[in-house]
Design a protein around this ligand. Structure first.
Ligand code: DGL
Length: 262
């Protein structure tokens, strides 16, 4: 069986790269729902419906474990998938998200004030706030939605993205950690680190997910032994475009980007 990675678009390929770099021996299947991007502007029902379709696709590709790299899909759909959909549809499959590993990383140092930047749908769900407070009820948390960043990145307009990063960073006062709670934001991490004060830990999912998945597989040997190891990555999107092929090639030169037939 393979490791599936799901995102609303191609941003999750950055996280996939972290997995492949950390554990190149496994077989991965990536699915980006480029047709329905941006999830961050969709309502919960839509995000849940798209995410269920994505799970069905990855399960049909023989994935034994699926990581939802999309923060918006994790915040809306993960609990339902784990508690309802997967137990009846494919009980042997494990589905994990990005929120808990990110929260764990943000809390590793003794942070007292934590900022979260994410899509509108993610911040409206307050998932980061809830999970952080479960572990550390005394934390001060500031959540801000940053709807301009995904379109700027999608348009390859990094100048506009940088000016928004500067404005958003200025809105967080005196934080210890800043969670970049969206798959696209690792592409802007140098700007975040440029504008945040040096004492702020910028938590970027591409830098933590490789080690988190490695640890998970070490602890769940019953899953690990079912995973095939042929150093392979298959990339699927729901709607192909030259721009997506370009993004995929910048991370994985020579990779074939396939349009998913569903
Ligand atoms: N993948 C989404 C996330 O991590 C960002 C892009 C979108 O809005 O679809 O929240």
């Amino acid at each position: 069986m393979k490791i599936g990675v799901f995102d609303s678009g191609l941003g999750g390929l950055v996280v996939t790269k972290a997995f492949v770099d950390a554990m190149p021996e496994y077989d991965y299947v990536y699915y980006g729902d480029t047709q329905n991007l941006p999830y961050g502007e969709k309502n919960s029902e839509q995000v849940l419906a798209y995410t269920i379709e994505a799970m069905k696709f990855l399960i049909a590709q023989n994935c034994g474990i699926i990581i939802i790299a999309c923060n918006t899909a994790t915040s809306i759909a993960l609990r339902y998938l784990q508690q309802k959909f997967i137990p009846s549809y494919a009980p042997d499959i494990k589905v994990l998200g990005v929120v808990i590993p990110t929260v764990e990383e943000a809390l590793e140092d003794d942070a007292k004030k934590i900022g979260i930047l994410a899509t509108k749908t993610t911040t409206n769900s307050h998932i980061y706030q809830q999970e952080l407070l479960k572990i550390r009820p005394d934390l001060e948390i500031f959540e801000i939605a940053s709807p301009e960043l995904v379109p700027a990145i999608e348009n390859n307009d990094f100048e506009t993205a940088e000016s928004y990063v500067k404005q958003y960073v200025a809105q967080f006062s005196d934080i210890d950690s800043l969670i970049l709670g969206c798959t696209h934001y690792p592409l802007l991490k140098t700007y975040f680190r440029k504008y945040c004060s040096e004492k702020v830990k910028v938590v970027s999912q591409d830098e933590l997910m490789g080690k988190k998945l490695y640890d998970y597989l070490q602890r769940h040997i019953e899953i690990d032994i079912c995973l095939s190891r042929n150093n392979n990555l298959d990339v699927f999107v729901s709607k192909i475009s030259d721009k997506y092929i370009e993004v995929a090639h910048s991370l994985f030169p020579n990779i074939t980007v396939n349009e998913a037939k569903r």
